[in-house]
Design a binder for this molecule. Structure first.
Ligand code: ZN
Length: 133
């Protein structure tokens, strides 16, 4: 793993949270993107090498809607950049971590992603992400 690529934050209202984070970070949101497969709409901010990804559910049955129902708004996941997602997935699986998807799936911001089950990571949802070539 190379670095923290982004931190994902679950929000109820993306538009309101984008204005809030634009004020907080003094930076404009550079991209709003819908990820149909995950039923989320995302908003991205770049700060130095790290990004903030705001996630609003686009469906009340979506994972972000369920997360907010259970735990409220807040930090949802930490994403690490990897150079070779398949080999990193193999390495982590062999080390006893539980992958939430068996194959890398398309994520927001031109990435291939894989999530690790938080039960083996001190309750933190971890995302691996690799830039699509
Ligand atoms: Zn993410």
């Amino acid at each position: 793993m190379r670095k923290v690529e982004h931190i994902g934050i679950a929000v109820k209202n993306l538009e309101a949270s984008i204005s809030l984070f634009e004020k907080l970070l003094d930076t404009a949101c550079y991209k709003i993107e819908k990820v149909e497969s995950e039923k989320v709409t995302t908003g991205f901010f770049q700060k130095g090498e790290t990004k903030i990804e705001l996630l609003e559910s686009s469906d009340k049955e979506g994972v972000i809607a369920k997360y907010i129902d259970k735990r409220g708004e807040g930090i949802h996941h930490i994403a690490f950049a990897v150079d070779d997602i398949e080999s990193e997935m193999k390495r982590l699986k062999a080390a006893g971590f539980v992958l939430l998807n068996e194959k890398p799936t398309p994520g927001a911001d031109n990435k291939l992603v894989c999530f690790l089950h938080p039960k083996n990571t001190n309750g933190v949802l971890i995302e691996l992400c690799m830039e699509k070539s």
